[in-house]
Ligand binder design. Structure first.
Ligand SMILES: Cc1ncc(COP(=O)(O)O)c(C=O)c1O
Length: 422
């Protein structure tokens, strides 16, 4: 029986995760394939396009059906487009020529060179911590750090909007997991207050800048509560590093609590424009992670070309010359246009702008039409957020001109009116 022939089957992402009773292991994959071919919009059918040129405000896309066209890029996490900075490229090429394409080994077994060490030193200095460790994957950083430090005797308290990699790390650790509603500090305190006295290992984890909403975690309150209830604090500032805080040092700087975060995690793949992730902390903690974080110990090191380029990136961050202020001004401009037109754009404090749609059917159509008409944005729905909170997710890039921002805003506003979202 084909899924398309039957009305009984509810076409939802989560219905294809588990193998059904008496079903072949691969049957769920074939069922998804049938849905994608059926013409029913699920939000996934348009994924898998490719870029034909390097990242800039305008990117040439090749759609899955082979159609090629130019789009205004409002969907990249490389907010500063620093990956294309000439100094960064030169440093990366130099390292590539010296060390070749890949390192051929995990970090602890001669998989790193002086550039990896220098990058870790730069990151530690940037955070004013004693040491830092660089992982070859951002996702693997959260999974590795959390599962190394926590186990079944411990308790981890998470913001509900934390990134999937944090939740996966928590699951793998075997620790008891508690979740408070997004940024609800009263609820967080209620959880902390009820932790049994005998639970010794306590870790509060939060995104710094939340990846789907662009708002900043209440780190001022979180560090106070952590002190009161004897918890450690881990912040994943993937979208804050290089962007927020008075000199771009991220969410902790924004709240003036640098030095009070125990585990400063961040990704090298967003504003830093490369790949990988890091944790900056006390020397003993980093040494422990080098031995016990399995995504570090059992995974091949970052290519030297990335380490070389990223050293330049941290130099630019350190001197605040990466174009952060220009980015924030442009973000403000686009937010103002969308807010004044009547969209709910949440309370973003970063370069991420959520444009709430609340209706998946409208979202999928809107997303397609924007793309067809030359504006690339991302869509977000389950499993990244709850379905009823589905949205467009716009990421502003420093290289976008005001003309491009206005052109994109005009189209989003016109479509928002057509679909009666505003
Ligand atoms: C908050 C957050 N943490 C971790 C990650 C994972 O980083 P990467 O894509 O570099 O693996 C992401 C990326 O989506 C993120 O948004």
């Amino acid at each position: 029986m084909s899924i398309v022939d039957t009305e009984v089957v509810n076409i939802k992402f989560e219905n294809f995760i588990h193998t059904q009773k008496n079903e072949d292991l691969f049957r769920k994959a074939y069922r998804v394939n049938e849905v994608l071919k059926s013409g029913v919009l699920t939000g996934n059918e348009a994924l898998g396009m490719i870029s034909l040129n390097k990242l800039s405000s305008k990117v040439r896309l090749k759609e899955k059906d082979g159609y090629c066209h130019d789009v205004i890029m409002l969907g990249s996490n490389s907010y500063l487009n620093i990956a294309n900075n000439p100094k960064v490229i030169d440093a990366s090429i130099k390292a590539l020529k010296k060390f070749g394409m890949g390192m051929g080994a995990v970090s602890n077994y001669a998989g790193i060179c002086d550039l990896h060490k220098k990058l870790e030193e730069k990151i530690a200095k940037f955070y004013k911590t004693e040491d830092a460790i660089v992982f070859p994957s951002g996702y693997g950083t959260n999974v590795g750090v959390i599962s190394a430090l926590c186990n079944s005797e411990d308790i981890i308290i998470n913001d509900s909007a934390n990134h999937a990699s944090i939740y996966d790390g928590c699951q793998l650790s075997g620790a008891k997991i508690k979740v408070y509603p997004h940024s609800n500090m009263k609820y967080l305190e209620r959880i902390l207050d009820r932790i049994p006295n005998e639970t010794t290992g306590r870790l509060i984890i939060t995104d710094g800048v939340f990846s789907m909403d662009g708002d900043i975690a209440r780190l001022d309150k979180i560090v106070d509560l952590a002190q009161k209830y004897k918890c450690k604090v881990m912040v994943d500032d993937a979208h804050g590093i290089g962007i927020v805080g008075k000199s771009g040092r991220g969410s902790a700087e924004h709240y003036n609590v640098e030095g009070k975060i125990d585990l400063n995690v961040g990704m090298l793949s967003k504003a830093p424009g490369g790949l990988g992730g890091y944790c900056a902390a006390k020397r003993e903690i980093i040494q422990y992670l080098r031995l016990y974080a399995r995504t570090y110990f059992f995974s091949t090191a970052l290519p030297a070309s990335l380490a070389g380029g990223l050293i330049e990136v941290f130099d630019l961050f350190e001197s605040d010359k990466a174009g952060r202020k220009e980015l924030l001004e442009k973000t403000r401009h686009l937010k103002n246009r969308l807010f004044r037109a009547g969209f709910n754009i949440g309370t973003s404090q970063s370069a991420i702008i959520p444009v709430m749609i609340y209706d998946e059917k409208k979202l999928f159509k809107l997303y397609q039409e924007l793309r067809n008409q030359g504006v690339y944005v991302n869509i977000v729905t389950y499993p990244a957020t709850r379905r009823k909170e589905c949205r467009l997710r716009l990421c502003v890039m420093k290289d976008l001109s005001y003309y491009e921002l206005d052109k994109a805003a005009d189209l989003i506003i016109a479509k928002g009116r057509e679909y009666e979202i505003i």
